[in-house]
Design a protein around this ligand. Sequence first.
Ligand code: SF4
Length: 441
Amino acid sequence: MSKKLLLKDAHIEGIRYFETYRKQGGYTAAEKALKMTPDEILEEVKVSGLRGRGGAGFPTGMKWSFLAKPEGVPRHLVVNADESEPGTFKDRYLMEFLPHLLIEGMLISSYCLGSNTSYIYIRGEYSWIPDILEEAIEEAKAAGFLGKNILGTGFDLEIYVQRGGGAYICGEETALLESLEGKRGNPRLKPPFPAVKGLWERPTVVNNVESIAAVVPIIDITGAEYAKIGVGRSTGTKLISACGNINKPGVYEIDMTITVEEFIYSDEYCGGIKDGKKLKACIPGGSSVPIVPANLLLRTVNGEPRYMNYESLADGGFATGTMMGSGGFIVLDEDQCIVEHTMTLARFYNHESCGQCTPCREGTGWMYKILKKIENGQGKMEDIDLLWDIQRKIEGNTICPLGDAAAWPVAAAIRHFRDEFEWHVKNPELCLTQNYGLANY
Ligand code: SF4
């Protein structure tokens, strides 16, 4: 059984409220942290090996150490709660059921970074959660854990919740900052990076909800103890939101030493494939990471078991591996059609492209149109190669990672399931009446 750090109290009734959270030991990590120096906290986070839980997996301590500290210029912590990646809903769970864990993590992190005004930028569709967060902020303030002179330390902190307008692109940190400043959420060219010029051109750290919540157990048990959980550079625990054709969709906390097979089939986690069907493929890190067929999902090309961690999932590179990403684990059974699935994702990325750069603006729409043609039985064999060519020209040629995120699912689908694309071209009449999976398995 995986060790629980973040969700250990999630089952306790009333844990959403300050009184219950406090009774369970809440805010003791903050009390401990406020007696430390900011440099000591930073060292604990570095030693813990915590990697950003939003998708990129960049070491959090290193990110914090890049924060510029010019004299007299305010700094900010911004929590990225714009969780919009298809298949990803673990931050929603944290904010909905454990809002004080996030607030406590923000208090520790803000103190470490020297931010007296910190923000939570939350996706517009999570319409009911800002009220939960704002209630928790008020409770924390009433108890002296936010506001002026917190616990007599002289440290002040205000936290504001900002609702987004529902654009996926605002999950990209610079687009988020633009939106937070009241502008259209277009990603910025980097450099300068937010650590130097972020919110209102001030040094800013943008971190995912889960990353900031993880700071609480790091301070609680120490960075060194946190680093002992997991394996290699995949330290600590990770929240996985599991969905698709499984018996037990939900949010699970894993310690990154379990195998993918165990995660899918064990009753502790997904409970196996629904209706006893066969596993066809999986997207383990949210819709932006490459889809992997069952044989490469359960084992690497060397025959080693594939584990639920950053290194093992990526083993073999994009040709045979994938990425941990945001931890949005989407499972597809034997009945699913990869062309239809890829088309749905292409439509999503085309819709969410901000339109600033040509390869993304034009390429995502072009890929969607071709995929729609193939799915509807109107495709030609050369369309598959054209599709491959378009995704190659998008990847690496855009301002922000949305371009790559749109290209990778198409590339992986063609690489691993070219036969399905060809079946659609060769069987136009069947495409309209049957799903590839249902017709072929
Ligand atoms: Fe906008 Fe797409 Fe360019 Fe990102 S890659 S800046 S979403 S057009």
